[in-house]
Structures are given as structure tokens and as C-alpha cells.
Ligand binder design. Sequence first.
Ligand code: MN
Length: 247
Amino acid sequence: MNAARRDKTLLISDLHLDPTAPAIARQFLAFLDGAARDARALYILGDLFEAWLGDDDPEPAAREVVTALRRLTTAGVPCYFMHGNRDFLVGRRFAADTGCTLLADGTVVDLHGERVLLMHGDVLCTADTHYQRLRRILRNPAVNFALRHLPLGARRGLGRKLRAGSRMHVGSTAADIMDVTPAAVIDTMRRARVRTLVHGHTHRPAIHRFELNGEPARRIVLGDWYTQGSVLEWRDDGFELRALARN
Ligand code: MN
């Protein structure tokens, strides 16, 4: 690949890859072996997988994704992975197998000369106190360590329970409570000293423009891949939030 063609950075999230929805995986694999090959870098901002029970899970559909990511990084495209609420058990072995670099939630990166804060987005949904409480427990380092060291069968059972609980909660919680809280966005962007935030999680793709400390600011929300792809393309001269049609 001619390095001069690598003029864009790609950002995606919320594919929710799952063996029961093979069309999403097919589109993602085609994206990795196609458009992503021309990218300067690929950022995956969480919930790549509907569930990730651990890097030792031999589930074939997940292994296929790991292998495809490895092909991309071997082809010379750096790939960065941030945990979502569904795949927070992605770990060091995944990073080694794929060649991806793990990024902490809330990392500031330089995208073509601009300081951009990258997040999955769930910590910004502060009105959902039930979810935030659960998140604090699951992401507690000691709990996280214990989860990673449970036998795979036990993790499978726990994962099923968590997903059933999540479905019930989402079904009974008002839509605005599951969106980001404006005050949390402002506070987080101020502390990171950025005027641009990119996140996923809410499945509400949009570019929100507002003022922060009297200056123009923006929050770019990536879309999910349930019915089509969603990718943010960043170039030297600007960015575009695109939907990718599913063949
Ligand atoms: Mn999410």
C-alpha cells in the first residue's frame, strides 16, 4: 500500500458483533480487508462485540474477527481498541493476538492536528444511576480481576444474566436517561481541555455543535452497525460521519 494514500483516520464503535447476526460480521470483515487498509489508523471505541467473555474464549466467529484485525495491523494500519460496556473483558492477549493497542476510556489523541477526546460514552450517561452503579462494580479492578479468572463456563452464565438484566433495564428506562447528560459532557471536555469529543454507546449518530468557554465545540456520536455501518472519517481538511450501506 502506498503510504501517501493513507490520508484518513477511521473511527467506529458499537458493532455488537454476535454469532447470531452474521451480516454485521461480514460487513465488518469486508471493511477491515477493504476501506480500512487505506487508513492511517483505525480506532474502535467500544462494543465491537455484543459480549466478550475473555480472551481465551474459542468461539469461532470471534476468532475470525481477531484474525482479520491481525491482517489489518500486519498490513501496516495501526489499530486502537477502547473497551465498551459489552466487551470490557478484552485484555492483553486480545491485544497481542490482533496487534491492536488498548486505549483507556477517555484518551486524548491528535487527529490530523486536532486534540480529540475519545470515549466509549457510557460514563457520560450519568442520569442512569442504576447502570452507573453496576458499571462501578464490574469495572472495579478487584472484581475485574476475579471475573477474568473465573472458569469460562461460569463467565458464560454470568454474561447471559448480565445481558438479560440489561435488556430489562433498557426496556424500562426512559430514552433521555440513557443518553449522555449535557453537564457531564461539558465537565469532561473542560477537564480534558478539548473542543472535540468523539464517542459511541448511545446509538444516536450525530454531530452536536455548541459553545464551550465561549469557543465553538462539538460532540460527534458514532452510530451502531445493526442495520448499516457507521464510520467517522477524519482527514487533514475535516471530517465526515458516514453510513455504510449493507450489501
Ligand atoms: Mn455501549
